[in-house]
Every structure is written in C-alpha cells, then in structure tokens.
Design a binder for this molecule. Sequence first.
Ligand code: GLN
Length: 476
Amino acid sequence: MFSFKNIQEYHSALAREEITCREVIKYYLDRIQESSSLNAFVKVFEEEAIYRAGELDQIRQSGAPMAKLHGVVVSLKDVISYKNHPVSASSAILKDFKAVYSATVVDRLLKEGAIIIGTCNCDEFAMGNTNENSVYGVVRNPFDKNKVAGGSSGGSAAAVSAGLCMISLGSDTGGSVRQPADFCGVVGFKPTYGANSRHGLIAYASSFDQIGIIGNNIADIQLVFDVISGPDNFDSTALQQKIVLEGPKEISKMRIGVFTDALNHPSLDPEIRLAILKTVDDLELNGVLVDKINFDLLDYIVPAYYVLTTAEASSNLSRYDGVRYGHLSPARADELEIFYKKNRSEGFGKEVKKRIILGTYVLSEGYFDAYFTKAQQVRNLLVKESEKIFKKYDAVLMPTVPHTAFETGNVAKDPVSAYLADIFTVYANLTGIPALSLPLYRHSNGMPFGIQILTGKKNEVNLFRLADYLNSINKQ
Ligand code: GLN
C-alpha cells in the first residue's frame, strides 16, 4: 500500500495530508507480523511506535515544519543501544540487558523525527555472514526462504528488503552491512571510519567497526547519513569534522577503476563477473573511462582481517564477565576464575568462543610477532596502497560478494570458506574507506546481487553520485 519511491515522496504525501504517520506505522507493524517467518526482528516496539506516530501527526497538524526524518520508520540492529530498550547483540550473555543510554546515532535519528520500530536479528556480537550465529536463529532471505539473509546484519537487510521498515541501521566491521544488503537486493552503505560515532554501539573490533545504513535507494541513505554523521565528544575516534555532501564531481570527469584481481578471482561466480564487466562496458559506452587496476594484495586481506579482528574482539569481549553485565550462571562457583568461566561458557555461543580463543592466541607472547604484528604490517601496506589508488582514482568498482546468498545450514559444514567469502568487503574496513553495495542485478538462480563502489576517505559525495549514475544507466 505505501510504496513511496523515497522519503521525500513520503514527506510530500504527509504534507498533502494523504496519509498520517499513524496509518503508516500501523501498516509496517502489520507487515512485520505477517512476515514473522523471516525472523528479522528481535523486538518490536509496537505501542511506543504508534504513540510516537500520533505525536508526530500532531506536530504536522499544528503546521510546524517537518523534521528531516519526520515519521521515517527505522529499525536498529541488535547491537545499537536505545535507552531503556533491550539490546542483546543476539547473544545469550546479554539476553535481558537493557541499554542505559542511547547511541549518538539513535539520539540524532530521534531528534529529526524518526520512529524506531524495533531491533533486528543479527549474528552474535556481529560475528558471521549468514545470521546463523544468533541466539534467536537464522534470518530467512525474503527472495528464497531456504537461503540466508546474510550477516551479520541479516535482520536489518531482510527487514528493508521485505518492506518491514524504511531504513535500518547496522554495523559493518568487515562487510556486515554490504554483504546482507547484496544478498537481499537492497542498498548497504558503510561510511568512512569515524564518520558516524560508535558511542552506544556494542563493540566487536573497534578499529574496524562502523555504523552503516541499509535502505531502498541512495537518496534515503544520503539523507540518513547526513542526519546521523558528524563529530561526537563521546567517541574519540569520530572525525572532527562532518563529511560534506556537496559539490559532487561530474561523472565524465571522474576517474574510475576496477580491480581486475577481484574479477579474475577463482572464488567469483562467473555470472557476477560478467554482470560487473557489462556495467564497466556500459560506463565506457557512456563515455566514462574505466581503468583496470591490479590489486595483488587481495589474497592477504582475509587472513589479516581475521587475525586483527579476533584480537580486538578477544579484548573487547573480556568485559562480559557476569559481574557488571549479562548472564550470571545459576551454578555455584567458589572461586573467581570458575565464576567467570561459568558465566562466559554458558553465555557466549560457539562462533564467539572460537574468535575469543583465536584472538587470545594471536595476542599471546609467543605468537604475537608471527601473527598480530604481521597482520598489522599487511594493514599498513593496504592503507598506503589505498592512498595511492585514491589519489589517482575517484572511485573503484568490484563485486560485493563472490556469490549469491548461501543455502541455510551450509556454512556450518565449511566455516573457512565462509570467512573467505568476505574477500571483497573487508578491504574497506582494513583501510577505513567508504563503500556501498548497489543492488543492480538478478542472477539466473533468482537471487539478487550488487556491485560494490569504493572511494577515498571522506569522499562519500562522489560515492553517492556514482551510485546514482550506475542506477540510471542500468535502467536504460
Ligand atoms: N563476516 C565478517 C565477520 O564475521 C564481518 C562481520 C561484520 O562486519 N560485523 O567478521
């Protein structure tokens, strides 16, 4: 019923009094209920959302101007804090935990009139790429229920794709916004590291984590990014200046590259390869030159990513000891160490434990130089390489994921190949650059997939510009 092209159209309909926020929120709440088999939501804030919609309607009726996100229906990945609301990182260890403050991004959404409709299922502590590591179970792909929605922000991507909300905020440490967006046929955007404050985001690997946006179109993503981004005293890694989205370059003046090593990678589905090559051809037919760029470090990035993120995770997750937060084992423990062990062993799931063990190992005295230091060196190399690339190019293209959505249950049989499937997304997090997955294509197996656009740091304006352009030429 409410098929607005974007938020702007929705706002026009509100302004013309064709609809009210209450009607809209009720529509979405019904949709969520009808689509419960997707398992996209962990909690739905039904009464509260209806109440807030009523308040917003009154504001509009009073003739006051509408805020930037007036009545926009937003969901939050279950790792983003919303004061006095449950947030559990889809983990048993935080099962009954309620946030004591709101994330900065949530405060900014609310200030501009957004309605938070609920929290979305995800992989436990954002670790995974199928959403099968969640204590609440797998999220189903709206295109095919036997396939996963992706991860770790699987609930967020499925919710946007199935029309259960307009926007969802996720977190992207190594692709968790872009990969599920790719699997579910929606737009997934990870900004420059530090563009969005991480205050109130449950940490996985702090030097990689960034709050990202999942939506239906570029205009909406851009609007929400403009609202939530900017400096924040609560996060010392937040950029000191807000990223400006004005003055995009003309497409004909852009220098664009494509990573040939990514296109020739043996893991890449040939149909995805052809689709990206076709887009490159289309760009050239429209007079935009696309250079082939070598990227021979490609095979090092997944190992470096998993060494560094597990190291950071093992340290970040040490705070869950059952004393200050989370699961407290009912079993009696007379010694402190046993007490910690019980709480943590019962509270954390298998994948999280595996990563804590791996992270502790790579940080241990005997292995630190062999693994952690080496991985840091690879990261430094990548940062330098990327600076060079983006001095020369305004944007680079590559696939988002080597294949379309996995069948449910498959990854458990071969977890290493699932890690390797992050090959195209982790680069942006290792180097801190922005990246966006644009859902341009449909595979012959019926599943959607996207193209990934990357630009240099803080160059979001050209990222969005190119995404718009690719959308337009794809429709021709
Ligand atoms: N799949 C990656 C991982 O498991 C990415 C996760 C993320 O971006 N949060 O680490």
